[in-house]
Design a protein around this ligand. Structure first.
Ligand code: SAH
Ligand code: SF4
Length: 383
């Protein structure tokens, strides 16, 4: 234990253990957890219902620190993207997407990603490092309390979290699970399991573990109806091919808060968007008996991918083909694309340890605002 312990790194169980180590009762952790996550407090002196002696001990051993905000961009459609500094030249992004009936935060789990999908700009950057639990939670902590302050609202603003920012969450499992638990905890954000979604490219053993440890809604990035094509688009498929992946999805359903898995399918012009691909998908999910919904994602192109977005008519025809076979299918609305906040555009700024030379040549993210750690930037002034 030392003064550098960031309390954002703990779920309630972890915080209780920390309090015990300070010689305090475990229930003090609940009060502290509420101050931090429900009220957005970072100054122990503010926590007036904690004994002065405890506040003193906390000040000597711990802190509550968000990630420094490098930039903040507001889209014409109300989407907000934050770029956070995670040190050593690395940055990660989080995106807030407001809708009439919900507020969704898209959260990053890694600086870069080691999976290297062909159609993903994060994948093209390579992998730098895993985020800690505190760095994952800090994105939600900052966004929720920033928005409350700026919208002058006291109640919860973020109702949904999707782990669909940068990185493969199931390749950062140890940090992910306490972060999910904090999101779900009634003494913190109190989000419903159905409204917290882990999106994965298909890390089969970790899908099983998540089902045991912390079952939340699951989205699986499928993108191809057969192994040959998926091997090419999502290299992880060579390790965990479709049959194994779908079997894991089926097992997950026994624990999942929803009675279906969402399959994400990025529509790539001439690559995976033909009528025979839709047919193969129908056969695949039928033969494996996985209860599922499809979410077709219009591809967000970037030059290095060499890929193009499928024309809208083809996306609609694909959706119809799946729908006619009885599979509920939606087409994702693209949000925030004027600020590069749409799916797969989250490039952050990753110091690529694996493929430095291939690093994205042009990052179009404009730095609009610099803020000191923990100091909120002003969303209302930026377009
Ligand atoms: N690594 C996880 C979560 C992050 S990616 C995963 O792959 O599921 C979140 C979603 O964005 C995935 O479905 C991914 O396939 C999709 N995506 C990636 N790049 C994209 C792009 N350029 N256009 C549209 N969707 C993209
Ligand atoms: Fe990684 Fe997901 Fe991008 Fe693939 S789509 S490279 S798994 S972040």
């Amino acid at each position: 234990m030392n003064a550098s312990t960031n309390l954002l790194d703990f779920d309630l169980e972890g915080l209780a253990a920390f309090c015990e180590a300070l010689g305090e009762k475990r229930f003090r952790a609940t009060q502290l957890f509420r101050w931090i996550h429900q009220r957005g407090a970072s100054d122990f002196e503010q926590m007036t219902d904690l004994a002065k002696s405890l506040r003193g001990k906390l000040a000597g051993t711990a802190h509550v620190t968000a990630l420094p905000v490098i930039s903040q961009q507001l889209s014409a459609d109300g989407t907000i993207k934050w770029l956070f500094d995670v040190g050593d030249g690395n940055a990660v992004e989080a995106v807030f997407i407001p809708e009439d009936d919900r507020g969704t935060l898209c959260v990053s789990s890694q600086a870069g990603c080691a999976v290297g999908c062909r159609f993903c700009s994060t994948g093209h950057q390579g992998f730098s490092r895993n985020l800690s639990t505190g760095e994952i939670v800090a994105q939600l902590w900052f966004a929720e309390h920033f928005l409350r302050k700026h919208l002058n609202r006291d109640e919860r603003i973020i109702s949904n979290v999707v782990m669909m920012g940068m990185g493969e969450p199931l390749q950062n499992y140890a940090a992910l699970v306490p972060a999910l638990r904090t999101m779900l905890d009634d003494n913190a954000y109190g989000l419903s399991r159905r409204r917290v979604t882990v999106s994965t490219s298909g890390v089969v053993p970790m899908i099983d573990r998540l089902g045991q440890d912390c079952p939340v809604a699951l989205a699986v990035s499928l993108h191809a109806p057969n192994d040959a094509l998926r091997d090419d688009l999502v290299p992880l498929n060579r390790k965990y091919p479709l049959e194994e992946l779908l079997a894991a999805c089926k097992r997950y359903l026994a624990h999942a808060p929803r009675d279906f898995i969402t399959f994400e399918y990025c529509m790539l012009d001439g690559v995976n968007d033909q009528p025979e691909h839709a047919q193969q998908l129908v056969e695949l999910v039928r033969s494996q008996g996985v209860s599922c919904k499809f979410n077709l994602i219009p591809f967000n192109p970037f030059p290095a991918s060499g890929l193009l977005r499928s024309p809208q008519a083809r996306v609609q025809a694909f959706a119809r083909a799946l729908g006619d076979a009885g599979i509920v299918t939606t087409v994702r609305k693209t949000r925030g694309d004027d600020i590069d906040a749409a799916c797969g555009q989250l490039a952050g700024d990753v110091k690529d340890r694996t493929r430095a030379a291939e690093r994205m040549a042009q990052r179009r993210t404009v730095v609009l605002h610099k803020a000191r750690p923990g100091v909120a930037a002003d969303a209302t002034q930026e377009h």
